[in-house]
Design a protein around this ligand. Sequence first.
Ligand code: ADP
Ligand code: MG
Length: 682
Amino acid sequence: MDIRDIKGIGEKTASLFGKLGIYTMEELLQYYPRNYDCFESPICIRDFDDSKTAAIKGVILDNPTITYTNRYKLLSVIVKDENNDRIKLIWYNMPFLKGTLKSGSTYIFRGRINYKGNNIIMEQPEIYSLHAYDEKMGEMQPIYGLTKGLSGKTVIKAVKEALNICNHEKDYLPLSLRKEYHLAEYNFSVRNIHFPKDMDNLREARKRLAFDEFFRFIISLREFKGKDKREKNNFIIEHHKETEKIIEGLPFNLTDAQKTVFEEIKSDLSGQTVMNRLIQGDVGSGKTIVAVLAMIDTALSKYQAIMMAPTEVLAKQHYDYITQMITDFNLPVETSILTGSMTAKQKRIEYERIKSGNTKIIIGTHAIIQENVIFDNPGLVITDEQHRFGVRQRENLAEKGCRPHILVMSATPIPRTLAIILYGDLDISVMNQMPADRLPIKNCVVGTDYRNNAYKFIEKEVKKGRQVYVICAMVEESDNYEAENVMDYSKKLKNILPSDICVEYLHGKMKPAMKNLIMERFATGEINVLVSTTVIEVGINVPNATVMMIEDAQRFGLAALHQLRGRVGRGKHQSYCIFVNTSKSAEAQKRLDILNKSNDGFFIASQDMKLRGPGDFFGVRQSGEMDFNIADIYSDADILKNASEAVEKMEIGEFEMSAEEKDIYIQEIEKCIKKAYSNINL
Ligand code: ADP
Ligand code: MG
């Protein structure tokens, strides 16, 4: 049902929802909250955890004071709790609160508590009377991802309406199945994922919806898998002596792991059945060169080789690398690049070259390559840094009777048992070895007082000819989120560091052409220090960079931090990673210690899961690559196993179903498969 059928949603609001990818009521109901605001019992000031939101009951000691900075009117009061502990409360640009905050009155204040130097402060707290807070307690308000112009309130109202409209639908999973796996009913689950009555209900709801997601995923996977089996290899690609020459000419020797994986790929490419392979290798293990060699063999066999990267910057990097190689070795192969920042005219020219078969190597971002490119005899499709892609897009090519070889590369460590459930039909090559010339990265987790030392160290490394990344969580300053930002930080570093050190910044909101330019200048060594958001997280390769300094490190997930750290330690120089923990939270310290002690992505993922515990959905999401809506392959490993088992049992008819249940189930599964097909564009 169209979202415009909801009362109060007109064209304008609908178009805002459209920006979030929501067009139908079903999509709205599947737009799960990112988090919940929980009104918990007030705590004592002395028990606070740094950077966490909490409520404090306190009496105001003095009338508020107002001070002025050049950006803000600051209103502040000191509040005392029953232990006589004190905390300073600050509001920005809200002088009108002065009348409310009278000395001697008692309120509940709710907000994030932070250290500012040695003082404890709460910024922008909400103010409640004791009675009003009592009424709110235990309530959980959903927090949705929003877009400009669309408020949380509007989304909440729309979801409530949609829930009422869709409430009569019957559960597609039969009762016997739900009983076996202790799954809540569907309507209950959707309702409680949006408006949970309490934690227990939320947990139940989430479990059911995560199960659904895995269940549907596995079902659609099987649909493809069945047809893929024993598929004939229509693209016999032999190993060429020119490719062998390239290997000999590399500035390094391939590691044994790289050799093994390339052998596996070669035998796939020239074998009886078509390739379906995942290369799993930690950041920096050298996956790219193996893929590049396979592409060159493909091109020399007169088939097209296509490589897709998640970001434009990465696509450009791969393109430059491979094009340079082809020039150096004087190979008769033309290359194309396709990215979003190209003009329509440039794209048209490339489309034409690709369609005519003139170019044999095509590199681009996922989105662009999927759009409207017509290939000429594509023999090999590679996706870098993404898992799910390979599964979806193959079928369409198969229908045209020319299913190419598929190679997927990823640094995300998936335990083998999970990989088999998720990609039962993919062969997995594990690249479990780092190049021999690598020194392990030296790590440290430090507080803000270490910054000056870090800057001196950065200066020293730059003087030695090395390069540096500094990561900030934000692009620019924001009123309600305190973290270092790229704009101010790069300015600050320019002042602190000697003027002959070139400091530049990079973030996702910059124009693609600008981003490319900055990345190019960094790659050539013209920029010494790059202050950036996590846009450089995946894949970027500048082996001369040896220092990675991450501000507000506690704000990132461990997997993201590991990926970021993987941007250094990619060459022969000793590399360093400085995690700046700006909180005093014991929990944050514990998490960062895991990274401090280990450089092994697999170990880190497993530890992170232990620390968070299964079902801890307020934790940071593990990986953007496995783009499930709510399920998480790590923390929901048990649910995934159950879903996989349930699919199998369903297929052999192990669950009792009434005729009506069967109908509903089949209808829903057909819809699910149709949807999976429509996701295939290539
Ligand atoms: P990832 O596996 O993270 O994608 P890359 O393929 O980008 O890693 O490789 C990281 C760096 O290591 C690159 O600069 C690459 O040229 C280099 N490299 C790859 N293989 C080797 C090797 N066998 N010996 C030394 N350096 C290598
Ligand atoms: Mg890579």
